[in-house]
Design a protein around this ligand. Structure first.
Ligand code: GAR
Length: 213
C-alpha cells in the first residue's frame, strides 16, 4: 500500500503534539501519512512556528473572529476539503467543532485527550483543567487517550490509551508534562500511523486492529 494520506493537523497552542508527529514522520513512523498542512485557531499558536520550521504549509482560521461555532465549523470543513485532508488530527485543538465537520470526515478525525477517557473528559475538560480535576479527585493513575472525533465531545471510539502514575507532589503542570512525555507524544503518532495505514476497524462503537491476512 503506498497511496499517501494527507494529514492535516489542527492546533491552538504550543504544538508539542504536532512536534511529536513531525518527529515520528522524520523517523519514518507515520506509515502512509504525510503532514501536509497545519491549521491554527489562534494567530500566535507556536504550532505555526514549528510547522514553518519544518517546511509544512500553514493556515489560520481564527476562532475569535467568529461569534458562531457553526459558521466557524463550516469554514473549517471547507478548508479541510480544500487541503484534500485524508486524516485530520486535533493536536491541542481547543474548539469543539460542529457536527457538520464530523459528518464530512467520519472516521477520519482523531483527537488526543490528556486523561483516561471516560474520566475527566467532555465539555470544559481541556488543557491544564483536566489535570487540576484529576489532582482534586486524588486519582493515582491518569494518562492519555487518542480517539475518533464524533459529534459527542470526547465520546468517539477509543483507539489507544496509556496510563501514567500520579505522584503525591504533582502540580497540574508537572502532571501535564509527565502525561505528555510518557503518553501523548507516544500514542498519538502510533494511532495516526494505524489510521493512515487503514489498520483500524470500528465495530459497535469500539475499535479493533485489523488482522493481517
Ligand atoms: C495537550 O495536553 C493535549 O492533550 C491537550 O492540550 C495540550 C496541548 O498541548 N488537549 C486538550 O485538552 C483537548 N481537549 P500541545 O499544544 O503542546 O500539543
Amino acid at each position: 500500500m503506498n497511496n499517501t494520506k494527507n494529514i492535516v493537523v489542527l492546533a491552538s497552542g504550543g504544538g508539542t503534539n504536532l512536534q511529536a508527529l513531525i518527529d515520528a514522520q522524520k523517523r519514518g513512523e507515520l506509515g502512509n501519512g504525510k503532514i501536509t498542512c497545519v491549521i491554527a485557531s489562534k494567530a500566535d499558536a507556536y504550532a505555526l512556528t514549528r510547522a514553518k520550521e519544518n517546511g509544512i504549509k500553514t493556515r489560520t482560521l481564527i476562532r475569535k473572529d467568529y461569534s458562531d461555532v457553526v459558521k466557524y465549523s463550516e469554514d473549517m470543513r471547507d478548508a479541510l476539503i480544500e487541503e484534500k485532508a485524508d486524516v485530520i488530527v486535533y493536536a491541542g485543538f481547543m474548539t469543539i467543532l460542529d457536527k457538520c465537520v464530523c459528518d464530512a470526515f467520519e472516521n477520519k478525525m482523531v483527537n488526543v485527550h490528556p486523561a483516561l477517557i471516560p474520566s475527566f473528559c467532555g465539555k470544559g475538560y481541556y488543557g491544564l483543567h483536566v489535570h487540576e480535576e484529576a489532582l482534586k479527585k486524588g486519582v493515582k493513575v491518569s494518562g492519555a487517550t487518542v480517539h475518533f472525533v464524533t459529534a459527542e465531545c470526547d465520546g468517539g471510539p477509543i483507539i489507544l490509551q496509556k496510563a501514567v502514575e500520579v505522584l503525591d507532589d504533582d502540580t497540574p503542570e508537572t502532571l501535564q508534562k509527565r502525561i505528555m512525555e510518557q503518553a501523548e507524544w507516544k500514542i498519538l503518532p502510533k494511532a495516526v500511523a494505524l489510521l493512515c495505514d487503514e489498520k483500524i476497524e470500528i465495530r459497535n462503537g469500539k475499535t479493533f486492529l485489523k488482522q493481517e491476512v
